[in-house]
Design a protein around this ligand. Structure first.
Ligand code: NAP
Length: 251
């Protein structure tokens, strides 16, 4: 029997975050859905509530300190002190290095790295107080290097170092930190990449699947299953790890 905890999943209005939020609710947790605009959280919140779960939706930009402080306070008041944090919010600003603008670089660093830092710093207060916590950061196979993603691959590799340091600093408070590094997952993010390179999403997925050992693209539920394990009670001795969920051993 799982103890009920309060979880925050950032960027969970859609895609991987939404699947993780639904899964954590199914596992018995109360879930705060954070996305840039509160109205974009409605679908995930409704899906959780209609399945009998407890959820609230909050509009916040994870890269803004004041938004993060206000969001975590609201979660604490309305759902209880958050002790599970999934840092999932993410953006792409792909470009080859010679065409990458200052803004392309800063925007990606701000959402992935600054956002995960601000959220983790705000939530660890509650985790340390409760002497229990779980942090899961969304990295990517792109952390190993990917053409056109100097900004994104740097941020995703950075998140792996961040995860390991959180594991070292917070372990004594019974808080674990792990990272999931997805491979190709069918979401709006990969759909947008297909559009950018001028290929239909179906062809883009088929090409990706042809290079993945298990012969298919990943789904948001594949990532949700890994997140469910990392936040479980029985994963308390697993910390500072990076799990590649990519249908095979290589990016
Ligand atoms: P997605 O469909 O684009 O969803 C990302 C969500 O994050 C969106 O709802 C977006 O809001 C939200 N978001 C963006 N910036 C935010 C901010 N500053 N504050 C709060 N929320 C923000 O992406 P996804 O494919 O589900 O990806 C989720 C995570 O997995 C990301 O970290 C991504 O890098 C990682 N990942 C994805 C893949 C993949 O193949 N899909 C592979 C490896 C890693 P808006 O709707 O308003 O933009």
């Amino acid at each position: 029997m799982t103890d009920t905890r309060t979880a925050i999943v950032t960027g969970s209005g859609r895609g991987i975050g939404a699947a993780v939020a639904l899964r954590l609710a199914k596992d018995g947790h109360k879930v705060a859905i954070i996305d840039l605009r509160e109205e974009d959280t409605a679908n995930t919140v409704d899906a959780i509530r209609s399945a009998g779960g407890d959820a609230i939706g909050i509009g916040a930009d994870v890269s803004k300190s004041e938004d993060v402080t206000a969001a975590v306070s609201r979660v604490t008041e309305e759902l209880g002190a958050p002790t599970i944090l999934i840092n999932n919010a993410g953006i792409l600003r792909d470009n080859l290095l010679f065409k990458m603008s200052d803004d392309d670089w800063d925007a990606v660093m701000n959402v992935h790295l600054r956002g995960s830092f601000l959220m983790s710093r705000a939530v660890q207060v509650h985790q340390v107080e409760q002497k229990w916590g779980r942090i899961v950061n969304l990295s990517s196979t792109s952390a190993l290097g990917n053409r056109g993603q100097a900004n994104y691959s740097t941020a995703k590799a950075g998140l792996q170092g961040f995860t390991k340091t959180l594991a070292i600093e917070l372990g004594r408070y019974n808080v674990t930190a792990n990272a999931i590094a997805p491979g190709f997952i069918a979401t709006d993010m990969t759909r947008a990449t297909a559009e950018r390179v001028g290929v239909s999403f179906e062809d883009f997925m088929a090409h990706a699947a042809s290079e993945i050992p298990v012969g298919r693209a990943g789904t948001p539920d594949d990532i949700a299953a890994a997140a469910s394990f990392f936040v479980s009670e029985e994963a308390s001795f697993v910390s500072g790890q990076v799990l590649y969920v990519a249908g095979g051993p290589k990016a």
